[in-house]
Design a protein around this ligand. Structure first.
Ligand SMILES: [Zn+2]
Ligand SMILES: [Zn+2]
Length: 175
């Protein structure tokens, strides 16, 4: 997603809306099972002279496997953000890695007439990936003893809070 700086400059001090749809593939993101997923982006940007302030949100509807019941899970990944992009000027002194006071990873920049949000959006997506994907918040998962999907049927197993790896050890001890 690209924002043309001259169109912002004309409206300096105002927030100008931009929206776009970009495939995850175009952002260089490999989302298994969601190859054709699209990021929907809605932002407002304003020109502040040497930098551009961008605020808004993105969302992606994704499919994956529920980590509790192993059924397909449809879920939405989204993020709201406010970020400043600093203009890199040709006359700026070369950053000396030993004494660059603002060499933080949070520092996004652009040069010329185009602010390309792709790299920012790629990182934002990767950082907001959920650790665990659930088909629904209260998914009951598979029975660790008999393996039935407890969302669909009840089983008679006792709900032992035993780690399956420990259970293997117990069986071993009995021998
Ligand atoms: Zn589930
Ligand atoms: Zn069971």
């Amino acid at each position: 997603m690209k924002i043309l700086i001259p169109s912002l400059e004309k409206h300096a001090g105002e927030f100008v809306p931009f929206s776009d749809q970009v495939s995850l593939a175009a952002l260089g993101i490999d989302a298994a099972g969601s190859e054709d997923a699209v990021m929907n982006i809605n932002v407002e940007a304003t020109y502040l002279g040497d930098r551009v302030l961008v605020k808004g949100r993105w969302y992606v509807d994704l499919k994956d496997v529920c980590s509790r019941c192993l059924e397909q899970a449809d879920y939405r990944q989204e993020e709201q953000f406010t970020e400043e992009f600093t203009r890199l000027t040709g006359s700026a002194p070369e950053a000396d890695p030993d004494c660059a006071p603002f060499a933080g990873e949070e520092n996004f920049s652009y040069s010329g007439d185009v602010l390309d949000l792709a790299e920012y959006l790629r990182q934002s997506f990767l950082m907001s990936q959920p650790l665990k994907i659930l088909c629904r918040e209260d998914c009951r998962g598979l029975c660790p003893v008999c393996g039935v999907d407890r969302n669909r049927e009840e089983c008679c197993c006792q709900d032992e809070k035993i780690d399956p790896r420990l259970r293997v050890l117990e069986r071993f001890k009995k021998k």
